[in-house]
Design a protein around this ligand. Structure first.
Ligand code: GLA
Length: 371
């Protein structure tokens, strides 16, 4: 009886010993795993810290990404642009209806995390409801009426966010891509001509005199469109219209010449006494619309190498011209959520940003922070 009890006790001691060993090993494993994880994470520098002495680093965000990408945003970005929530279609969908709720949530996130906020945008021909340009009978309205609607919009939206939004893309993409056309053939300019541009800047300034006001456009790295924008802004400046900066969107293809064009444009716009921001930066990995890669593993490695080189050169240009540059904003945060998945080919995955689909820094990230 006594011997049996002793055996059982021995067995129990043995089992407990083993249990303790396993537990200790587990604790050690977790500790090391966590420590290694934390160390790796610590070794990733925060983008906005790296460029602290240069310019704020921004990202375009929406209601979803301020949640799904909040960790990356909080660590690496000190500025945001509202990707869609300040556009007429969302914030002012009907004549008497303003929807501030969603934009408010994003702005709250930015303020809580001490980020700068860019407003985007007041005069643009896309994502704008039809009613803006029409009367009750569906006929196009005249200049006076359209300007009246614009004034109301600016008063309500810019006024509402006064003191929170530090910079506005007042006018977006007014200049035509067509060779023999100056302003775009769209209702804003067909009805009001250049006056709507002047008024938009004047009224935004009147409502929020502290906000920095930008003209924003794409492909203005290229000489022809650059020249048109230059002429437009020169005229505005000569008339005393309050315009403070040019936003170069920088939605790029894999074209090695872009950084050089970018530098020429920065200098040209700066010569008008304007500040310059890169407002919508991304570089697609596609060469044409017929290609399709479903995962990063399918992308030929040369593409990522090229993307890395172009980004690297672009950042050299931007740093070199830091006296003119007051912000660099990416159009998204990580490759898992980018507008390029829908454009120019719907449903085709693209990989245009600095963080991969799992939110880890890509090789290109390491190139940019190394200087
Ligand atoms: C343009 C606009 C942005 C956005 C992108 C595509 O560049 O300025 O607001 O709509 O297109 O997402």
């Amino acid at each position: 009886m006594y011997i049996k009890k002793l055996k059982i006790e021995k067995q129990e001691i043995g089992i407990n010993y083993l249990k303790n060993k396993i537990l200790n090993a587990l604790i050690l494993f977790c500790f090391l795993f966590f420590k290694i994880g934390v160390t790796v994470e610590n070794k990733i520098p925060a983008l906005c810290q790296v460029f602290k002495e240069y310019f704020p680093i921004g990202a375009a965000v929406n209601l979803k990404t301020v949640v799904s990408h909040s960790e990356l945003l909080k660590k690496h970005f000190n500025s945001i642009t509202l990707e869609n929530h300040l556009k007429w279609g969302l914030i002012h969908p009907l004549p008497d209806k303003y929807n501030f709720e969603d934009a408010d949530k994003i702005i709250k996130f930015a303020i809580e995390n001490k980020m700068k906020i860019r407003g985007h945008t007041l005069v643009w021909h896309v994502q704008i409801p039809d009613w803006v340009f029409k009367d009750e009978k569906g006929n196009m309205i005249d200049k006076e009426k359209l300007l009246e609607r614009l004034y109301e919009h600016i008063k309500n939206v810019v006024g509402y966010y006064k003191g929170k939004i530090y910079a506005w893309d007042v006018v977006n993409e007014a200049i035509s891509d067509k060779k023999n056309e100056f302003l775009r053939d769209v209702p804003w300019y067909n009805i009001c001509g250049e006056e709507v541009i002047e008024k938009a800047f004047i009224w935004t300034h009147e409502i929020d005199p502290d906000a920095i006001l930008f003209y924003n456009d794409y492909n203005i790295e290229f000489p022809t469109k650059r020249e048109k924008v230059y002429q437009l802004i020169k005229k505005l400046k000569e008339k005393g219209v309050p315009i403070h900066g040019v936003g170069i969107q920088a939605h790029w293809k894999l074209d090695e010449k872009m950084p050089e064009y970018l530098e020429e444009s920065i200098k040209k716009f700066a010569s008008l006494g304007l500040q310059v921001q890169i407002t919508e930066f991304d570089i697609s990995i596609y060469l044409d619309d017929n290609e399709k890669f479903n995962s990063p593993l399918e992308v030929p490695s040369e593409r990522f190498i090229k993307q890395k080189e172009i980004y690297k050169k672009a950042f050299e240009v931007i740093r070199r011209n830091k006296q003119y540059i007051t912000g660099v904003t990416f159009w998204g945060i990580a490759d898992d959520a980018t507008w390029l998945d829908k454009f120019p080919v719907k449903g085709r995955k693209d990989f245009p940003l600095l963080f991969d689909i799992n939110h880890n820094p890509k090789q290109v990230f390491w190139e940019i922070v190394k200087f």
